[in-house]
Design a protein around this ligand. Structure first.
Ligand code: PHE
Length: 335
C-alpha cells in the first residue's frame, strides 16, 4: 500500500471517529490515538526510513498536511464542545427570581419586652424620663436609705438573696430613687425599669422578676397626682377606659400614706380575681431626707409596679412562670 492510501485509510477512520465524539475527553483521546507519540500518523512518519530518498520528501509533505488537517479538525471540534459546555453550565446556573423562597426563621420580641416598651411609651408620653440602675446593690441603698434599718421586720417580707453582709441582689427597683435623687435636682420625674430578685416561686412569683419604679418629686406633687397619673398609665397600657382597679391602703416603710394597686382579671381562667400590680405612696419624709433634700420643701409620690403582673393581665396569662420557660408554643402567640 502506498503512502497516499495509508493516509487515506487513517483519514477515513479519523473522520468516522470524529462523528462519534461526544466530549472533550473523547476528543483528546482521539488526538492521542492519531497524532500522539505512538499515534497512527506518527508511526507513518517513523516508517519513512524504509522509503527511498526520492519518495521521502513527498511522503513527508503528505504526512505533514494530514497532521495539520487533523489538528485543525480537532481544534475546531474542541471549540464547539467548549462553547456547548459553557452554554449548558450557564443554563444550569440560571436563577429563577420568580421562584418562592424559604422564609428565613426570625425571632420576635418576648411578651415582657413588648409590655415594657408599652409602659415606657405610656410614661414618656406623660413626661417621665427612663433611667436604669445596678441589679447587684448595696444593702445600704436597697434597705437602709429606703427607711428599712437592719433588723427591721420588713426585710423578711422581701426574702433577700445576699451576696455578703453588705451586698444584695436588689429586691426592688426603689434604691434607684435615692441613686437618682442624689445626683439630680428636682423636679424629678423618672421611671426605672429592671430586674429584681427575691427568694420566692409560685404561679405569681419568680425568683427573678421585673419592676418599673416611678418617682415624681417636686414642691407640690400630691397623692391625687399619684392616682391620676397611675390611672392614666393603666388606660394607656390596656388601651381601654373600662378597667377594674382599686387603690387599697397598705404599708411600706418608704411611703406614707401607702397603697397597693390591684387590678381584676376580666377574662381567662383567673376571671373575677384581683392581682396586685403595684405598690405606691407619697415618699416618706425620711426618704426625702435620704435623697439629700428638705422634706418640708419637696414632696412627691413613688410606685413600684410588677412587669410580669401587668403582662399577665394584659394577655390573660395565668401563670407567671410561663414567661421564663422559653416554650416556643407559648412565646409565638405574642407575634
Ligand atoms: N418597692 C416596693 C416593692 O417592691 C414597691 C413600692 C415602690 C412601693 C415605691 C411604694 C413605692 O414592693
Amino acid at each position: 500500500m502506498g503512502m497516499k492510501e495509508k493516509i487515506a485509510e487513517i483519514h477515513a477512520h479519523f473522520s468516522d471517529e470524529m462523528q462519534s465524539l461526544d466530549s472533550t475527553q473523547s476528543l483528546e483521546s482521539l488526538r492521542v490515538k492519531v497524532l500522539g507519540k505512538k499515534g497512527e500518523l506518527t508511526a507513518l512518519l517513523r516508517g519513512m526510513g524504509q522509503l527511498s530518498p526520492e519518495e521521502r520528501p513527498q511522503a513527508g509533505q503528505m504526512i505533514n498536511e494530514a497532521r495539520e488537517k487533523f489538528t485543525g479538525m480537532l481544534d475546531e471540534k474542541l471549540r464547539e464542545f467548549k462553547a456547548r459546555e459553557q452554554e449548558e453550565a450557564l443554563k444550569k446556573e440560571t436563577i429563577d427570581v420568580t421562584q418562592p423562597c424559604d422564609e428565613p426563621a426570625h425571632g420576635s420580641a418576648h411578651p415582657l419586652t413588648l409590655c415594657l416598651n408599652e409602659m415606657v411609651d405610656c410614661f414618656t408620653g406623660m413626661g417621665f424620663e427612663v433611667v436604669e440602675g445596678p441589679e447587684v446593690e448595696l444593702d445600704h441603698y436597697n434597705f437602709e436609705l429606703m427607711n428599712i434599718p437592719k433588723n427591721h421586720p420588713a426585710r423578711d417580707a422581701q426574702d433577700t438573696f445576699y451576696i455578703d453582709d453588705n451586698i444584695v441582689l436588689r429586691t426592688h427597683t426603689s434604691p434607684m430613687q435615692v441613686r437618682y435623687a442624689r445626683t439630680h435636682q428636682p423636679p424629678i420625674k423618672v421611671i426605672s425599669p429592671g430586674r429584681t430578685y427575691r427568694v420566692d416561686s409560685d404561679a405569681t412569683h419568680s425568683p427573678m422578676f421585673h419592676q418599673v419604679e416611678g418617682l415624681w418629686l417636686d414642691t407640690d406633687i400630691s397623692f391625687t397626682d399619684l392616682k391620676g397619673v397611675y390611672s392614666d398609665f393603666l388606660r394607656c397600657f390596656f388601651e381601654t377606659n373600662d378597667l377594674v382597679v382599686r387603690f387599697r391602703p397598705s404599708y411600706f416603710p418608704f411611703t406614707e400614706p401607702s397603697v397597693e394597686v390591684d387590678m381584676m382579671f376580666t377574662s381567662g381562667p383567673r376571671k373575677g380575681k384581683w392581682l396586685e400590680i403595684s405598690g405606691a405612696g407619697e415618699v416618706h419624709p425620711n426618704v426625702v431626707r435620704n435623697y439629700g433634700l428638705d422634706p418640708e420643701k419637696y414632696i412627691g409620690f413613688a410606685f413600684g409596679s410588677g412587669l410580669e403582673r401587668l403582662t399577665m393581665l394584659r394577655y390573660g396569662v395565668d401563670d407567671l412562670r410561663l414567661f421564663f420557660e422559653g416554650d416556643l408554643r407559648f412565646l409565638r402567640q405574642f407575634n
